[in-house]
Design a protein around this ligand. Structure first.
Ligand SMILES: [Zn+2]
Length: 274
């Protein structure tokens, strides 16, 4: 059941005449949460990424002044997750389908006068894809800014809470995600605390990841989960706890509240370009 305040934040809870009016407001901004339906180890649900995108976004929007012209779309909860196929329950659409989906919906939003579309993504496997489609959509619809962002990127205080390796390599179903889910709803977290094989040796010495290359970051290797993990966890979830999750949640909320406020105060995009 969606709460009263949240309904006002959801664009699809308005009638079409009201939607038309909202879209034509100066600086009208829609935020589209992107997640995945994919394995998150034996202890986290398939919905994990979608759950984070939607719930962090909801809390961020609730912190913003209610009069700002910013609303959220319903989540895109099936994403581009080919790396996790083979773990039952994982569903993935192709890169081409994702490009078509975002392009078609984006064009429709630009046509009704939306000024900015934020792709608020919590699934690390589709960062590059959403950046590419955002750039292409902007060229096709220059009047609408498109901002593809990743929930965990650029949050400076993460470095104080999570080991460097997990921050840099964006590990999966490990310390950060397990702790954050404990902060939201411990009933959604199983008792297992798995860790992947490479945690037993350092990445540089692991024959599977050549020296100087990495899972993500500077020289990534487009890994498949089964290259490095039997459980589906990549990284180490053993230290996860609710207190850390609460700190992560606050860090994410502070960061994204600041960024959305600055976006709403800005005159981006350059409207003269139309
Ligand atoms: Zn995830």
């Amino acid at each position: 059941m969606i709460e009263i305040h949240s309904k006002k934040l959801r664009f699809d809870y308005y009638s079409w005449p009201k939607a038309k009016e909202l879209a034509s407001q100066k600086g009208s901004t829609l935020v589209w949460p992107f997640g995945a339906t994919e394995q998150h180890g034996p202890h986290l649900p398939l919905i994990t990424d979608t759950f984070f995108a939607e719930n962090i976004l909801k809390e961020v929007l609730e912190r913003l002044p209610i009069e700002l012209p910013i609303w959220m779309l319903p989540s895109q909860s099936i994403g581009f997750s080919p790396e996790h196929l083979g773990f039952p329950g994982t569903l993935s659409i192709s890169a081409n389908l994702m490009i078509e989906l975002v392009t078609e919906i984006g064009q429709q939003l630009a046509e009704i006068g939306i000024t900015r579309l934020v792709l608020f993504n919590a699934h690390g496997g589709q960062i590059g894809l959403l950046q590419a489609v955002a750039r292409q959509l902007r060229v096709e619809c220059p009047s609408m800014a498109v901002l593809p962002c990743f929930l965990w990127s650029g949050v400076q205080s993460l470095n104080e809470l999570i080991p460097d390796k997990e921050v840099e390599e964006g590990l999966h179903a490990a310390l950060a995600e397990t702790s954050l889910m404990l902060s939201f709803d411990g009933d959604l977290v199983g008792n297992e605390r798995p860790f992947s094989k490479e945690e037993e040796s350092c990445v540089e010495n692991d024959t599977k990841v050549p020296f100087g290359w990495s899972l993500e970051g500077a020289a990534p290797c487009a890994w498949l989960t089964k290259d490095i993990s039997d459980t589906g966890v990549i990284g180490d979830s053993r230290g996860a706890n609710k207190q850390l999750g609460d700190s992560l949640r606050n860090a994410l909320l502070d960061h994204w509240t600041k960024l959305f406020l600055s976006l709403m105060e800005s005159n981006w995009p350059n409207f003269d370009y139309k």
